[in-house]
Design a binder for this molecule. Structure first.
Ligand SMILES: Cc1cc2nc3c(=O)[nH]c(=O)nc-3n(C[C@H](O)[C@H](O)[C@H](O)COP(=O)(O)O)c2cc1C
Length: 304
């Protein structure tokens, strides 16, 4: 049994919904908005007066290569329902993940008259750390695996590993890892998303170099330094290739890289250290190798 409710109550319910609710005119080709609720104003930071009469595509900013936009376009042209999750940008330029549901409205004759859009902010679900870091974007990275600070245990551990390799004439590898186009990532998605991205990359790298003989630290803000002892040069190269694949498989969207996802470059120095080799020299050489990897392009490595 359905209970009758007044039109006023219905209007109030729609207006006060937490999600965005929008209605577009289907008689015009670019689907201009004829109604937006207060939830949509809150979500996007725009006032209704700035939105009415316009098509919503401006919320995509310059980020218009998202495959979901083609799905949207096709569904609208065919008068069908659709549910997509895409990146949108608020009035202040900050990015949010918009789970957008579109439904056609038809009159009694079956003619499409309107489209209803429901917009749900799912940023916290897609970037789980996003909300935690919104107020403190520069907090240190503390994943489950021990990515440690360059000024703390890392230096001590590095120095110990270097001395052991010098004494036993064994191979030592120093790597510097950096996400590609990270400056653009921060500009496009904001520092909170940048921080979450670094955390995911750092955790993946820490898992990859998770033996007790390895150590890894967050370094120079957006880089990771790794010191590893036990790989042969060939074994190490395979390990690096696997790590690059794993980072790509994290599927962190990044519209400024050729693959559309976050990739990394890795610079490596691998050698049997001399008695007078210092940790700083090795880090400098790994950094020079990183610059060389970056010259090759995105998602590459350079080993010396
Ligand atoms: C009712 C309605 C609401 C929409 N809401 C959004 C939205 O919140 N974000 C978005 O990126 N696109 C939204 N769109 C889709 C765009 O307005 C546009 O139709 C889509 O980008 C495809 O058009 P294009 O070919 O001009 O890019 C909505 C469309 C309709 C009909």
């Amino acid at each position: 049994m359905t209970t009758q409710i007044s039109r006023d109550l219905l209007a109030q319910a729609v207006d006060q919904s937490n999600d965005g609710i929008t209605i577009a005119d289907a008689s015009q080709s670019d689907w201009p908005l004829i109604y937006v609720n207060a939830g949509f104003e809150r979500l996007t930071g725009y006032n209704a007066s700035e939105l009415l009469g316009k098509s919503c595509h401006f919320l995509q900013g310059t980020d218009t290569n998202q495959p979901e936009i083609t799905l949207l376009r096709d569904a609208l042209q065919q008068g069908k329902n659709c549910l997509v999750t895409l990146r949108n940008y608020r009035r202040d330029g900050s990015m949010f993940w918009n789970e957008l549901s579109l439904s056609p409205v038809r009159n009694e004759a079956g003619t499409l008259t309107h489209y209803i859009g429901i917009q749900h902010d799912v940023t916290a679900r897609i970037l789980p750390d996003h909300h935690l870091h919104q107020t403190a974007p520069r907090t240190p990275i503390q994943p489950d695996h021990p990515v440690i600070d360059i000024d703390g245990r890392f230096e001590e551990q590095f120095s110990h590993m270097l001395q052991t390799a010098q004494r036993t004439h064994s191979l030592l590898s120093v790597l510097v890892i950096q996400p590609d186009e990270f400056k653009h990532f921060n500009e496009r998605y904001g520092h909170a998303a940048g921080h979450a991205c670094l955390r995911m990359v750092g955790e993946r790298a820490a898992k990859s170099f998770g033996r007790s003989s390895d150590c890894i630290a967050n370094y120079n803000g957006d880089e990771f330094a790794v010191v590893s002892t036990s790989d042969s040069a060939e074994g190490l190269q395979q390990h690096l290739q696997k790590l690059r694949d794993q980072i790509r498989a994290l599927n962190i969207p990044h519209s400024d890289t050729p693959d559309g996802v976050v990739t990394i470059c890795i610079g490596v120095i691998s050698l049997v250290p001399q008695r007078d080799t210092t940790a700083q020299e090795l880090l400098n050489q790994a950094n020079t190798a990183l610059q060389e990897a970056r010259r090759h392009g995105h998602d590459s490595e350079h080993l010396v």
